[in-house]
Design a binder for this molecule. Structure first.
Ligand code: SF4
Length: 262
């Protein structure tokens, strides 16, 4: 047995044993993903880096999976330099496996910089802006979670299920799902809004949510899509508008089902 110092405390360890195993045996958590007890270390992930200090020498960093313990070894497991190196290492791993929950969880547990977990959203905020400025629903907002911005449902407004956010999203991160007579607006598999769909009085297709039609009626009671004028899908409303020779309001009329109306 040899005596080694870890973060200022003396420990007894078997000479020649891998430092990572000694650290784990003594309850000191070190991030790592490529080490396996039954295999020779590959030193691939670089997460298990620690600092080694020797008298009269500047500190050096070593990978604890491949370093064998010897008498008098002095180890530091946490420092600014170590944190930086582990953040670099996790950044490299995430370039190869950006959706890996394991890597993101390790980053979170050890306070490493992992960046945004890809969710298809490029943070352009087009959905937030169109919902507020054009639809006047303010159903979406940007929210910071652990230092990263995410599109989230807003408490201020409520979704009316118009689908304009999905229509304007350049990466299809927001989706409209119509099933039976229910429309769901989804982001990251979370439901932003779920609404009943209305049937067109003329052709019988399910075309817009009840809430959307009510919203149009409140904003513009003379609009041909307003409830008091009847419930018509975009094609029938267009025909009706032509007949009545009334121009449609373009910004409201582009919103049905997340698809622009021709
Ligand atoms: S579907 Fe909901 S969140 Fe999207 S623009 Fe319409 S009201 Fe806003």
């Amino acid at each position: 047995m040899v005596t080694i110092k870890i973060d200022g405390t003396d420990y007894q360890a078997q000479e020649g044993k891998r430092l990572l195993l000694v650290l784990e045996e003594n309850g000191i958590r070190i991030p790592h993903v490529c080490f396996h007890h039954a295999l020779t270390p590959a030193a691939a992930c670089k997460l298990c880096v620690v600092e080694i200090r020797e008298q009269d020498k500047p500190p050096v960093t070593r990978l604890s999976c491949s370093l064998k313990v010897r008498e008098g070894l002095e180890v530091i497991t946490e420092s600014a330099m170590i944190q930086q190196m582990r953040s670099n290492a996790i950044g490299n791993l995430l370039k190869m496996a950006p959706r890996s929950d394991v890597i993101h969880q390790i980053g979170e547990e050890f306070g490493l910089t992992t960046g945004v977990k890809p969710d298809g959203c490029i943070r352009c905020r087009l959905c937030v802006r169109v919902c507020k400025d054009i639809i006047h629903a303010s159903a979406l907002k940007m929210m910071k979670i652990r230092g990263m911005n995410y599109v989230m449902p807003s408490e201020k407004g409520s979704c009316i299920g118009c689908g304009t956010c999905a229509n304007i999203c350049p990466t299809n991160a927001i989706r409209v799902e119509d099933k039976g007579n229910v429309r769901s607006i989804m982001i990251r598999d979370e439901i932003i809004g779920r609404h009943a769909l209305e049937i067109c009085d003329l052709c019988g297709t399910r075309f817009a949510t009840t809430k959307f039609l009510e919203h149009v009626g409140e904003l513009e009671s003379e609009h041909p899509d307003a409830r008091k004028s009847g419930q018509m899908c975009p094609s029938c409303a267009k025909l009706a508008a032509r007949k009545a020779q009334r121009p449609l309001t373009p910004h409201l009329h582009m919103t049905y089902g997340g698809k622009p109306v021709k």
